[in-house]
Design a binder for this molecule. Structure first.
Ligand code: AMP
Length: 420
C-alpha cells in the first residue's frame, strides 16, 4: 500500500459525530442572533493581503507572524483570512450596505487561519462565529451585543463563565496613554522580549498582550488606561456597565485587556472559562469605531465579537454527543429481483423524506438481519425470492419482534404512514 497522506499540521478533520454537534450549535446561534435582528453574511476565505495589514495592524502578531500569505499564479498577494471582521467590513463597504439601514447587524460562521504554534485549543485552521453591528455608537448596543453573547453561551450550556470588560479609549485618549506606556517601559526596555522591544514605539500596547513571562511581569505595574480615557469615553464605558447591570450580567473590569488586534476602540471584552487552562478565552470582541473609515468606507462605528467554535465545543458536556438519526427502515433483500425492488423502494422512500437503508454487498439474509439490528432501525422489510413471487413483503417490527405480510403494491404507502 502507498503511504497515506495526512492532514496538514494544526488543521483538523471534523468527523460526522462531531459535525452533528456543530450543526446544533450553529442552528442555535442562528435562532438567537435572529431574535436580536442579525442576518447571516457568507464571505470568501481568501482576501487581498492588504485588507488585513490595514485592518488588523501591521505590528500585531497575527499580521507579523501568523498569516497564510502567498502570491497566486497571477502574482497577486492573497491571505487566508485570520479573522472575519475585516472581511465583513470589506463586504459592507463594497456593497454599500450602509445605504440600506442606519444600523446593520451581521453574523458569519466559518474557518479562520493563523499559523500559530499548535497546542490543545489552538489550531492553525479554527472556526469562529462572528457577530458585527455597524452604524451604532450607542453604549447600549455594546451591552446588547454582550447580553446576546452571554445568552447564547448560557443557552448552549456554559453557565460558568467570566466576562471581562475594558475600555481602550478613542484615538485621542489612547494617544496620550501610549506615550505614558512608552515612558513607563523605557527603563525596562532591555528586559522586554525581542518582539516587544522592536514594536515598543510603533505599538506599545502590544506588550499588554505579550505571552512572554518577563513582559507580563513588567506590565503588571504599567499605567491603567482607565485613568487616561477622556470624558466621552468614560461616559460611554459607564453606560455600558449600567446597561449590563440592568440585565444582571456579572462582569469584571480588566484594565490590562487590550486584545490582539489594533482596531479596537472603547469597549473591549472577553469571555473566559474558569479551569480551562491556558487557552481559556472562548470569545473576544470589542468596538472598532475607526475601522470602516480606515478600510476606505464612511466614518461608521462598529462593534463585534468572535466565538471560538473549537473551544466552545470542547467545553460542552459530553452527553450532548447525540447518536445519528436511525433509518426508519432496513430492507433485507435476497436475490436479484428482490435487490432490484429494494433499491428502487429505498430511493423512492428517501425522495419522499423517509430514511431507508439496504445492503449492496450480496450478504446472506442472516448477516443482513444483523446489520438491521446494528442500525437499530425500528422496521426491517424482508424480501426474498418467495416474497417476490407471492407479491407480499414481510415487515418486521424490530422492537416487538412481530411480523406481518404486506402486499408489495401497498408497501410504500404503509412505510410512509409509519414514518409520520
Ligand atoms: P480573536 O479573533 O483573536 O479575538 O479570537 C477570538 C476567539 O477565537 C478566541 O477567544 C478563541 O476562542 C478563538 N481562537 C483564536 N485563535 C484560535 C486558534 N488558533 N485556535 C482555536 N481557536 C482560536
Amino acid at each position: 500500500m502507498m503511504e497515506p497522506i495526512t492532514v496538514v499540521k494544526g488543521f483538523k478533520d471534523i468527523l460526522p459525530e462531531e459535525s452533528r454537534n456543530w450543526q446544533k450549535i450553529e442552528q442555535f446561534a442562528r435562532k438567537i442572533f435572529g431574535d436580536f435582528g442579525f442576518l447571516e453574511i457568507r464571505l470568501p476565505i481568501l482576501e487581498k493581503t492588504e485588507l488585513f495589514t490595514r485592518g488588523i495592524g501591521d505590528t500585531t502578531d497575527i499580521v507579523e507572524k501568523e498569516m497564510y500569505t502567498f502570491s497566486d499564479r497571477g502574482g497577486e498577494r492573497l491571505t487566508l483570512r485570520p479573522e472575519a471582521t475585516a472581511s465583513v467590513l470589506r463586504a459592507y463597504i463594497e456593497h454599500n450596505l450602509y445605504n440600506r439601514n442606519a444600523v446593520t447587524r451581521l453574523f458569519t460562521i466559518g474557518p479562520m487561519f493563523r499559523r500559530e504554534r499548535p497546542q490543545k485549543g489552538r489550531y492553525r485552521q479554527f472556526h469562529q462565529i462572528n457577530v458585527e453591528v455597524l452604524g451604532a455608537d450607542d453604549p447600549r448596543i455594546d451591552a446588547e451585543v454582550i447580553l446576546m453573547l452571554v445568552h447564547f453561551l448560557r443557552g448552549v450550556g456554559l453557565g460558568n463563565l467570566n466576562l471581562d470588560i475594558n475600555s481602550l479609549g478613542c484615538s485621542e485618549c489612547r494617544a496620550i496613554f501610549r506615550e505614558r506606556v512608552i515612558a513607563f517601559l523605557r527603563d525596562t526596555e532591555g528586559d522586554l522580549c525581542a518582539d516587544c522591544r522592536r514594536r515598543l514605539h510603533a505599538n506599545p500596547l502590544r506588550v499588554f498582550d505579550c505571552k512572554n513571562e518577563t513582559c507580563a511581569r513588567i506590565i503588571e505595574d504599567a499605567p491603567n488606561i482607565l485613568d487616561f480615557i477622556c470624558n466621552d469615553c468614560r461616559n460611554h464605558f459607564e453606560r455600558v456597565q449600567s446597561s449590563l447591570e440592568l440585565f444582571g450580567l456579572p462582569y469584571r473590569i480588566n484594565h490590562r485587556m487590550v486584545r490582539g488586534l489594533d482596531y479596537y476602540t472603547r469597549t473591549t471584552f472577553e469571555v473566559t472559562i474558569p479551569d480551562m487552562g491556558a487557552q481559556n478565552a472562548v470569545v473576544g470582541g470589542g468596538r472598532y469605531d475607526g475601522l470602516v473609515r480606515d478600510l476606505g468606507g464612511p466614518d461608521i462605528p462598529g462593534i463585534g465579537f468572535a466565538v471560538g467554535f473549537e473551544r466552545l465545543m470542547a467545553l460542552l458536556p459530553e452527553e450532548q454527543n447525540e447518536p445519528p438519526a436511525e433509518p426508519l427502515l432496513f430492507v433485507a433483500a435476497l436475490g436479484d429481483k428482490a435487490q432490484e425492488y429494494a433499491f428502487s423502494l429505498c430511493n423512492r422512500l428517501r425522495l419522499r423524506g423517509v430514511q431507508a437503508e439496504m445492503d449492496y454487498t450480496g450478504k446472506s439474509l442472516k448477516s443482513q438481519m444483523k446489520k438491521a439490528n446494528k442500525l437499530s432501525s425500528p422496521y426491517t422489510l424482508i424480501l426474498g425470492e418467495r416474497e417476490m413471487e407471492s407479491g407480499q413483503g414481510e415487515l418486521r417490527d424490530m422492537r416487538s419482534s412481530s411480523q406481518r405480510s404486506i402486499p408489495l403494491d401497498r408497501l410504500e404507502d404503509t412505510l410512509m404512514e409509519l414514518g409520520k
